[in-house]
Design a protein around this ligand. Structure first.
Ligand code: ADP
Length: 256
């Protein structure tokens, strides 16, 4: 609802790649505790917006405000330290490492700066104090990954890999979680599983969530509000059901 504090405010964000305007002045507000959907056809600028918000791509114009502070030109690691965790569209797991070690990496935002960026971050993480352990154990249980914790992450099915990535984001104990197509490549059962975890994460942890999602059934089931992008512009916004059935949205998808 509109009386909740604004967690993320984007104002007139512009971002180009060469001559291509990927974002043409995007503005949106995500409020505390919301599950906010970012939808739109491929190439509409969703990932670019997430990359601007997380500091990976500085915008050419506009401002990003996070928890009331201007973070427009703040570096990705510093944004992470402010309580933002993210998962990627294409899995960013470390092959050859176990499920547990992959999840432990998510704790690195809480490491002392001296331990950051060293080759031994995983070794260090395994020796981290009990607090880290407790959070990790809690998340492993919450995500129901106990049985596969010692498996190499590349031998488990894609649906479980996506779950490991979500677990890694959760162990950072984010206040704001950004999910880029967490259900890509999943079957119906896995999608429902992840949808349940996302709702539970909001419920149990009070985390605010921004989600890029293509499955409209999922969007209408879990999102409080959505913004629809097309060619870098917002063409519709509001409650999911109404926003995605707007004629402009329908033709944007048909024209793809
Ligand atoms: P979406 O996430 O909605 O599929 P993107 O944000 O990935 O869309 O892309 C928006 C547009 O910006 C596309 O035309 C894409 O090709 C372009 N784009 C995105 N990232 C880059 C990049 N790093 N270099 C060049 N063009 C890019």
């Amino acid at each position: 609802s509109t009386d909740r504090p604004v967690v993320l405010a984007c104002r007139d964000i512009e971002r180009s790649f060469g001559g291509l305007k990927a974002l043409k002045g995007t503005s949106l507000d995500v409020r505390e505790g919301e599950i906010f959907g970012l939808v739109g056809p491929n190439g509409s600028g969703k990932t670019t917006l997430v990359n601007v918000v997380t500091g990976f791509y500085p915008p050419n114009a506009g401002t990003v405000t996070l928890f009331g502070e201007n973070i427009t030109h703040v570096a990705p690691h510093a944004i992470a330290r402010r309580g933002v965790a993210r998962t990627f569209q294409n899995l960013a797991l470390f092959k050859g490492m176990s499920v547990l070690d992959n999840i432990l990496i998510g704790r690195h935002v809480h490491m002392k700066p001296s331990a950051l960026g060293t080759f031994f971050y995983w070794w260090w993480a395994q020796r981290e104090e009990l607090a880290n352990r407790r959070v990790v154990e809690e998340v492993i249980e919450f995500m129901q990954l106990q049985d596969i914790r010692d498996e190499p992450v590349d031998v488990i099915p894609l649906g479980l890999q996506k779950r490991v990535e979500l677990a890694r984001a959760l162990v950072a104990e984010p206040r704001f979680l950004i999910l880029d197509e967490p259900m890509a490549g999943m079957n119906q059962e896995e999608k429902e599983y992840i949808a349940r975890f996302i709702l539970d994460a909001r419920e149990a942890r009070g985390v605010t969530i921004l989600i890029i999602e293509h499955h409209m059934d999922v969007v209408t089931a879990i999102c409080d509000r959505v913004v629809v992008l097309s060619y870098g512009e917002i063409i519709s916004e509001g409650k999911p059901q109404e926003a995605i059935s707007h004629p402009r949205v329908v033709s944007a998808y048909l024209g793809e």
